[in-house]
Design a binder for this molecule. Structure first.
Ligand code: ATP
Ligand code: MG
Length: 415
């Protein structure tokens, strides 16, 4: 037996008992879904604390498998490996093969072998196995052993029925598997912050739905396309996503006519929150997520955040509350959302809003303004105009695939 495979390992070792069970089940479901579109033949198996990916019916592993595995939230280590018979000789042969592969130019890196036995009934101890393999690699290839600062570390893992040998190890994203903490509705604008915030929420195990407010009919479709592109990027981390697009233009006009003045932005945020919350309840989400960061702009002073929050009855999560803009931008670039956020668009927030934004608002001043509108009817009207887009990975990359539209009957009916 000699089979190329990839080992996935997870962190969060503090988890115990039933939590750990749930975590592992969710992770394996997510791995299956994430690899679904790599075509048939990719096998996902669970060992003790390890997930093994292989492709028994194919000539080799799909070339994108490693990259894809590194984007699965909950996986902290991704390790290409050879799966061989459970004998010392097979482990030595695999180690030699991997070593040759790792240095095709014949150079001689310093190396170390780190064996561990997940099942102990094996003729050699870990130390003996280390010595055996180390001696063979040293004799055959002339690599010097260096246990403290090796250039190449070879891992040898003895399992119940097989041995896994590997010479490379990549870090994964870590975090909790998406879905094991529940579901949230993320408010996504075209900016840098909200996609990073949603990703942070996903990394703590929240499956996310998304809602974006456009300035339509007063603005063009650019912000909706941007939100679509952002959610499409984020959807890879949870194998799909739903995005609601809500046109806010008419309501912004009503706010202006009602004399919102410097309260405009905060009033608009409260309407967004109320609308998002109705969508969230209809979608089975238990929290809202925004990209707010304390003090970043005048609408995000502590009192404005509080005034906005008072319009919500679901928990309002702000994963970036204490992040600096530079940290957020760097993370956006790592995630691949940064380049999309940089594209120009017509942001609904700047539309009709007066230049000055009140930095100290109270719920009662907002309520006074809101009594001049019919808030419930306004939210109903927005929900009636909401459009739902489904984003399914695999189909997303083909050029020319535009947003696929479907009406969401339950959104308008939700209360
Ligand atoms: P971002 O970079 O995410 O746009 P920002 O720093 O520009 O954030 P604001 O524009 O004040 O901050 O928005 C704060 C948060 O409110 C956003 O992170 C987002 O969650 C939500 N939000 C703002 N505008 C919209 C919108 N048009 N549609 C949906 N959510 C929005
Ligand atoms: Mg913004």
């Amino acid at each position: 037996m000699r089979q190329a495979c990839v080992l996935l390992k997870h962190g969060e070792l503090a988890l115990k008992g039933r939590n750990r069970e749930r975590f592992e089940h969710q992770l394996i479901d997510n791995v299956r879904r994430a690899l679904d579109d790599l075509g048939p033949g990719v096998r996902v198996r669970r060992r003790r604390g390890v997930i093994v990916l292989s492709a028994p019916g194919r000539p080799g592993l799909p070339p994108t498998l490693l990259e894809r595995a590194r984007e699965i939230i909950g996986v902290s280590v991704v390790q290409p490996a050879l799966r061989v018979d459970r004998t010392p000789e097979a482990a030595v042969a695999a180690a030699l093969e991997l070593a040759r592969e790792a240095r095709p130019d014949g150079s001689r890196p310093r190396f170390a072998v780190r064996a561990k036995r997940r099942h102990k009934d094996f003729p050699l101890s870990s130390t003996q196995l280390n010595a055996l393999i180390g001696a063979a690699v040293n004799a055959e290839l002339g690599w010097p052993v260096d246990l403290s600062h090796p250039d190449v570390e070879m891992a040898v893992e003895v399992d119940r029925r097989e041995i896994f040998v590997s010479a490379a190890r990549y870090s994964g994203l870590g975090g909790l598997p998406v879905g094991c903490s529940g579901r949230a509705m993320a408010l996504i604008s075209g900016g840098f912050d909200s996609p990073v915030a949603a990703h942070r929420a996903m990394r703590r195990g929240l499956a996310c739905d998304f809602v974006h407010f456009t300035g339509a009919p007063l603005t063009g479709p650019s912000s909706a396309y941007k939100a679509y592109a952002l959610v499409r990027r984020l959807a890879r981390f949870q194998s799909g996503a739903r995005l609601w697009i809500v046109p806010l233009g008419h309501v912004q006009k009503e706010l202006s006519l009602a004399g919102a003045g410097s309260l405009h932005v905060v009033a608009q945020r409260r309407l967004m929150i109320r609308t998002a919350e109705r969508l969230a309840r209809a979608a089975g989400a238990q929290a809202l997520v925004t990209g707010d960061s304390l003090g970043q702009v005048s609408s995000q002073t502590l009192s404005n955040l509080a005034t906005v929050e008072q319009a919500a009855t679901l928990p309002l999560l702000r994963p970036l509350l204490a992040w600096d803009k530079e940290e957020i931008m760097a993370e956006a670039d790592r995630l691949g959302t940064g380049e999309i956020s940089r594209l120009p668009d017509e942001d609904c927030c700047s539309l009709l809003a007066p230049r000055s934004v009140a930095t100290r608002t109270t719920a009662s001043s907002l309520e006074r303004l809101e009594r001049r509108l019919d808030v419930e009817a306004t939210v109903d009207g927005l929900l009636a105009k909401a459009r739902l887009l489904h984003l399914t990975p695999g189909r997303e990359e083909s050029p020319g695939t535009g947003p696929e539209e479907r009406r969401e009957p339950s959104a308008a009916a939700a209360s």
